[in-house]
Design a protein around this ligand. Structure first.
Ligand code: NOJ
Length: 741
């Protein structure tokens, strides 16, 4: 039955009076005029559903009564048609019948789980990434969810930080494009369509720079780093139409982000003119007491609301204190009105005032969840996410007519570990998750015998299974191992000080390698790991992250050459924890090392090279690509003009393949020092075996802008270098001059 709220009737009646259609802004004002102060504060209040998710739940109070009294604007972690309907019905018993918003962390899929976001970022395929978000939106929107707390657009240079799995890696250019693709994917053609959910750009801001990679830790950074590296993906998300933003847990240069007026009022709602609303992170309003920024929840509510945090997630500081603060004149009513206006605007845009139940739809859910099309898209995305790190002696792809293959390791038959952190347990879906074992089995005919040995556990120190694994390897023609991290080892609150392969897994690899059999090691992980021995000794390595529901199918496609790997690392992989943070777009310093052996009073480690084990942008293919020299259309660039850099790429391999051609620049001299390389463009090019193609990039002065010491976004005349290659290290080089006029 179509639901028409009391408010909707009121609004319709008032339309007749004016004789014209009201805008959403006018409708919001009409509602606001009817609201008491307490009801307004209620809209700024968000509670969790019935289960514990990512923080302690405040148990006091009677949620259901509060909903009926209009004291709640939104809930998180309430999902499913039945459950959301039940709670929305309670909201419809409140005086003004303002619908609830239901939010949830739909990070990489709802029922069909896609690869973790960091893995998807490795595809550098914006259309595929957008499509992944689209599928997630369609599946969750049918289950009553209106709002996903994604994308996480935090730039991250520290793989110890577990939340790297949730972002797009270290680069602001790639991160910005991916942020926009994800926002558009979640929000679809139009906010208000029943297959579109509101996106939430998080965590504003600089959460990814948590000191020491320890989750929730402080952040201390220059304004220039903030503007140049950490803010661009947020701006891109906003420009793509992100409906909401979420505060970060950290303090930024001493002020908690949740009450950071510079971030929220000056930048987001001021300079950037953001029209949506800001939700706190879980309990982050109240956590300002622990930060030592306020004395109590009263002070927290005051600081956060004035700074521009519109909705309090689970700390109950607003609901308990904000009305009093307004009555005492400590928080202007205008602050509350503005926040409520922003929240109601989104509820109108989502069509919830017309029909609060429009997102609860059993038939749509049954049609969307895990349908064949979604699973096929997840498989394609997973294939595109697998990075080939090494392939000596063409161990890969494995021939489908191989007589005996040994599959070894703690994840080979793993099911749920494929889903990774931020995925949901659906009891009836577990049969759909494809392990590597099942994927390989499906792929091969009865002519191939598969041997299995677990070898060892993920973290324990027992070597009891080594002998059995070695025996299996000895009996096989080829060995494929799957090692890495379990799904709860990277993610929120999952920082690790050592990011080596856990337990005795690398020892197991050594034992298998000693058999002399052709060996492929696949690494499952939610972050860049350190595996130097494996990288130096094993002939073939695939980085398989956490690939989601169809992991095993995608893995089998890559192992046997039905898909030729095309992914490239979105983060630098360190040689040692002591190198962290290691990132490609660093400064030169006054004493740059000339090479890995240069130690004479230069900026270097005496015990390690400076460069990472695998550089940003790195990824191989079963094809091999050679790059010609760069031809510049002109050596001089002037304002209002552009130059084109052209390079010929040849697939000199024996199979067709796809290369991600990357463009970097270096501004040689600046009024503030500039990074040694900055990604400025990339193109994905498919080449048949033996085919050559010219690839061109056009550079205009606007592409050369940066923040100067006054934080003005400028380009400066002078010398530039330009680099093109298949990763940030192995590049061809050219030069041009930017003239003032
Ligand atoms: C805390 C996380 O930091 C945030 O990203 C998430 O959206 C909320 N919890 C809600 O689960």
């Amino acid at each position: 039955m179509r639901y028409i709220s009391y408010l909707a009737v009121l609004l319709v009646l008032s339309l007749h009076g004016s004789g014209q259609k009201k805008t959403i802004a006018q409708k919001v004002d009409s509602v606001l005029r009817l609201m008491t102060l307490e009801e307004k504060v209620g809209q700024m209040n968000q509670y969790n559903g019935d289960w514990e998710a990512t923080g302690p739940i405040t148990k006091d109070g009677d949620k259901q009564n509060q909903i009926r009294r209009g004291m709640l604007g939104s809930m998180l972690n309430v999902t499913g048609v039945e459950h959301t309907r039940e709670l929305q019905q309670m909201a419809m018993q409140s005086r003004l019948k303002i619908p609830l918003l239901f939010g949830q962390d739909i990070i990489h899929g709802y029922r069909t789980t896609f690869p973790i976001p960091l893995a998807e970022a490795a595809s550098w395929d914006l259309a595929a990434i957008g499509q992944s978000a689209r599928v997630a939106a369609k599946e969750c929107a049918a289950a009553g969810v209106h709002w996903t707390f994604a994308p996480m657009v935090d730039i991250a240079r520290d793989p110890r930080w577990g939340r790297v799995m949730e972002g797009a890696g270290e680069d602001p250019y790639l991160g910005s494009l991916i942020a926009a693709a994800r926002v558009k994917g979640f929000q679809g053609g139009h906010l208000g369509d029943t297959d579109a959910v509101m996106a939430c750009a998080k965590h504003f801001a600089a959460y990814g720079a948590a000191i020491g990679g320890r989750d929730y830790n402080s952040v201390d950074m220059s304004l220039r780093s903030l503007w140049e590296y950490y803010l661009p993906p947020f701006k891109a998300a906003l420009d793509a139409g992100a409906a909401t933003f979420m505060n970060s847990f950290n303090d930024l240069n001493g002020i908690p982000a949740t009450a950071n007026g510079y971030l929220l009022r000056d930048i987001l709602k001021g300079k950037w003119k953001f029209q949506g609303f800001v939700v706190s992170d879980w309990g982050s309003v109240g956590e300002m007491i622990n930060h030592g920024y306020v004395n109590d929840n009263y002070g927290a509510a005051k600081a956060a609301s004035i700074a521009g945090c519109d909705m309090d997630m689970e700390s109950r500081s607003y609901i308990k204190n904000l009305a009093t603060l307004v009555k005492e004149g400590k928080v202007p009513l205008a602050v509350v009105d503005e926040a409520v206006r922003r929240i109601l605007t989104k509820k109108f845009e989502m069509g919830l005032f017309d029909d609060p139940f429009r997102f609860c739809n059993d038939a749509r859910a049954a049609k969307e969840w895990n349908n064949a099309e979604n699973l096929a898209k997840a498989r394609t995305m997973a294939e595109k996410s697998i990075v080939l790190l090494k392939n000596e002696r063409n161990v890969l792809p494995i021939s489908k007519t191989t007589k005996t293959i040994a599959l070894i390791g703690p994840f080979i038959k793993g099911i749920r570990d494929n889903l990774g952190f931020w995925s949901y347990e659906w009891p009836d879906d577990s049969g759909r998750i494809v392990s590597a074992w099942a994927g390989v089995q499906k792929k091969l005919g009865s002519g191939t015998q598969l041997l299995y040995a677990q070898g060892c556990g993920v973290t324990d120190s027992s070597r009891a299974g080594f002998d059995e694994a070695v025996a299996a390897a000895k009996n096989a023609d080829v060995v494929v191992m799957q090692v890495g991290e379990a799904r709860d080892m990277s993610g929120e609150a999952k920082s690790r000080s050592s990011i080596r392969l856990p337990g005795v897994q690398e020892d197991l690899i050594k034992a298998i390698q000693a058999t002399g059999k052709p060996l492929v090691v696949m690494i499952n992980a939610g972050r860049p790991l350190i595996f130097n021995w494996t990288a130096d000794n094993v002939p073939a390595i695939l980085y398989t992250w956490w690939l989601g529901t169809t992991a095993g199918d995608a893995i089998a496609d890559v192992l046997f050459g039905d898909y030729n790997p095309s992914a490239h690392l979105p983060m630098s992989f360190p040689r040692s924890e002591g190198q962290i943070p290691v990132y490609y777009n660093h400064f030169s310093t006054g004493r740059p090392a000339k090479n890995d052996h240069d130690l004479y009073y230069v900026s270097a480690y005496t015990d390690l090279p400076n460069d990472p084990k695998f550089p940003f942008g790195f990824g191989l293919s079963y094809a091999s690509f050679t790059y010609g020299d760069i031809k510049m259309s002109s050596a001089v660039l002037k304002p209002g003009q552009s130059v084109t850099a052209t390079i010929t790429i040849t697939n000199s391999g024996r199979v067709d393949g796809e290369e991600t051609v990357q463009l970097y620049i270096r501004d040689m001299v600046g009024s503030v020092v500039r990074p040694v390389k900055e990604l400025k463009g990339f193109k994905k090019v498919s080449l048949k075996a033996g085919e050559s193609r010219e690839v061109s990039f056009t550079i205009a002065p606007n592409d050369l802008r940066f923040y100067n010491d006054k934080l003005e976004y400028v380009f400066e005349p002078g010398d530039f270098k330009l680099f093109i290659g298949g990763n940030s290290r192995d590049v061809k080089e050219a030069a041009f001059i930017l003239k003032a006029d």
